[in-house]
Design a protein around this ligand. Structure first.
Ligand SMILES: Cc1ncc(COP(=O)(O)O)c(C=O)c1O
Length: 390
């Protein structure tokens, strides 16, 4: 067991202020607490933030991805190309619909999905590509959109990490056919739990909105057997209860009021880390592409084992001894036993597998102070000195 002390610095944490608490309290004391006016306001707010035409507030980032795969009609026999360097939910959504995730390797420096690798994997069964803006940095959307238009595929941006990021001056949320957000507590903006889907496609939007609430409608125009009865409704497809409550929506709206402030502080911390670690050849930092104006969710370093004589666990433990609790993002998805049972094997994506071996996620969150950042940098430097090869 790890010792958790008062001055432990974790890799991520939420920031909740008085305005957030008041926003939640106001909804709790109102008449409507599940999906209602605040969810609708959040949807409007996300459309204004991103420039996307339609938004669906939904219970979390995982259900957002499930709704997307349902809306685009993924079914048995369909293939969806996806990065392995992500949280399992990005690929599980394809399995939920009976489809087959096909893992495309990542770029060795940005760690995002490689458009070239995507193109090589396209078959007559491919229906969609799921790109993940790993750590908050936008993928190469010019290339991905070009490929998806050419082969008639749907481009999905799993933007769980990248709210606030821009690609070529366009907001994430409006650079792919469909985008999903997560509002989990370690994300830049949180609702405790929560998610959202953005699109400009009205057909997808209508399907996702129904799917969020059992695919039940009270709209006579959508019914098979419409009546005048005011209590009558119909379930016209298979759906789920993936609703977001209005008090979570209120919290997310209140957090969005602070997005600029969150983004500024995250950028400052990233700059301090980059300045310190770019001087250490034992540490490899993530390359930023100029097209991405990134709001970084995670700060991931790669241990350069050519210059370090230690395991990741030893390096992790050295920081832990100093009260700095790191994490690792991500175990390649197809390493998980569930995927192995489905027949996926190690060796599929050699770049992702190699960089994963050296990955370590350092603390990054709004309320990290300059002293905290200095402590992290000092601890990394000490570990580097301790483990450097002669
Ligand atoms: C890349 C990515 N996709 C999807 C998800 C799932 O989001 P949620 O936890 O809101 O279900 C996460 C959450 O950690 C994530 O990091």
């Amino acid at each position: 067991m790890y010792k958790i002390t008062g001055n432990t610095i974790y890799y991520g944490r939420q920031y909740i202020d008085k305005a957030d608490c008041e926003a939640v309290r106001d909804v709790l004391l109102s008449d409507l607490i599940t999906t209602g006016p605040k969810a609708a306001e959040l949807e409007q707010r996300l459309c204004s933030l991103t420039g996307a035409r339609y938004a669906v507030a939904i219970s979390n980032g995982t259900t957002a991805l499930h709704a997307v795969c349902h809306a685009i009609g993924i079914t048995a026999g369909d293939e969806v190309i996806i990065t392995p360097m992500t949280f399992a939910a990005s690929a599980n959504c394809v399995l939920y619909c009976g489809g087959t995730p096909v893992f495309a390797d990542i770029e060795s420096d940005t760690y995002n999905i490689s458009p070239k690798a995507v193109e090589k994997l396209i078959t007559k069964h491919t229906r969609a590509v799921i790109a993940v803006d790993f750590t908050g940095q936008a993928c190469k959307y010019d290339e991905l959109n070009y490929i998806c238009r050419r082969y008639n595929l749907v481009l999905i941006d799993d933007a769980a990490h990248s709210i606030g990021t821009k690609y070529n001056d366009k907001s994430i949320g409006n650079v792919a056919d469909i985008t999903t957000f997560s509002f989990h507590p370690v994300k830049t903006v949180t609702g405790g739990e929560g998610g959202a889907i953005l699109t400009n496609n009205e057909g997808f939007y209508n399907k996702m909105k129904l799917f969020r609430s059992h695919s039940i409608t009270r709209d006579p125009a959508l019914m098979e057997y419409p009546t005048d009865d005011p209590y009558y409704y119909e379930q016209i497809d298979l759906g789920y209860n993936y609703r977001l409550t209005d008090f979570q929506s209120a919290l997310i709206i209140s957090q969005l009021d602070k997005l600029e402030m969150f983004a500024k502080r995250r950028r400052e911390i990233v700059q301090q880390y980059n300045e310190a670690f770019s001087l250490l050849p034992q540490i490899i930092i993530q390359r930023e592409i100029p097209q991405s104006d990134t709001v970084r969710h995670l700060y991931v370093i790669q241990l350069n084992y050519q210059m370090l004589q230690c395991t990741r666990r030893e390096f992790f433990d050295a920081l832990k001894e100093d009260g700095i609790f790191c994490n690792v993002h991500y175990i390649p998805v197809y390493y998980h036993p569930h995927y192995r049972k489905l027949g996926y094997k190690k060796g599929l994506c050699p770049v992702a597998e190699k960089v994963y071996e050296g990955f370590l996620t350092l603390p990054l969150y709004y309320s990290l102070t300059d002293d905290d950042v200095k402590r992290v940098i000092k601890s990394v430097k000490q570990a580097v000195i301790k483990y450097s090869k002669d």
